[in-house]
Design a protein around this ligand. Structure first.
Ligand SMILES: [Zn+2]
Length: 217
């Protein structure tokens, strides 16, 4: 009898806990307002994009900056994963994973190159996949690139597009001390494991390495 009652209480507690997490996440998920839509159109969004702009959400995330301070960033993602993205970034913060900056890519006029040069973490961007003619997962708001300078896309020949990334082509790192070294995503990184726990794929597992990239089917 007593056991049944306590089981019931535990179930109720777990239910309330998960409910509170959803509510907390909801608190940081917003429909795109008119001014954001205006900033996005012609930059990260255009008429031919494979998702409707109303399917996208603005997500406000907390992160640990390279300077050790807590910061707030904005990402645009698909509505179906918006709450999950908030949770993932909360978990990245909890493990002290440092992030250089998180600014909406329309601030870079939708230029992936400029966003990477600024070592910016970003999500939605309506563009073709690197090295292919298909829509990138970013075009659906279901991909995130994290600390792209420390986690470069590496071409088949072993080179990369951004000078500041040259020193991160070699991933065999012995000492992990600086925020930049901590930002490097490696197969055994806690940050990689967090994304995978939620069913995301990591570009670091692919034959052509895209270390910055995570996406969800
Ligand atoms: Zn990507």
């Amino acid at each position: 009898m007593l056991q049944n009652i306590s089981k019931k209480w535990i179930k109720t507690f777990v239910f309330l806990l998960s409910l509170s997490q959803i509510i907390l996440a909801d608190d940081r998920v917003f429909p795109l307002n008119d001014s954001i839509k205006k900033e996005m159109s012609g930059a990260s969004y255009h008429q031919r994009c494979p998702v409707g702009i109303n399917e996208l959400r603005l997500v406000k995330v907390k992160y640990l900056g390279f300077d050790g301070n807590t910061k707030n960033g904005e990402l645009v993602v698909h509505q179906s994963i918006a709450n999950e993205v908030v949770t993932i970034f909360d978990e990245l913060y909890d493990i002290d994973y440092p992030i250089k900056q998180i600014v909406r890519i329309d601030k870079f006029k939708g230029s992936d190159f400029a966003s990477i040069e600024a070592d910016n973490t970003s999500a939605f961007n309506c563009r073709k996949a690197t090295g292919g003619g298909k829509w990138s997962k970013h075009s659906y708001g279901k991909a995130i690139d994290i600390n792209p300078i420390e986690n470069p896309y590496i071409f088949r020949g072993g080179s990369t597009s951004h000078k500041a990334s040259y020193k991160y082509i070699n991933r065999n790192i012995k000492n992990i001390n600086t925020p930049q070294e901590k930002a490097m995503l490696l197969p055994n990184s806690k940050a990689v494991k967090i994304f995978k726990k939620y069913g995301w794929r990591w570009g670091g597992d692919w034959r052509v390495k895209d270390y910055q990239h995570f996406d969800k089917q």
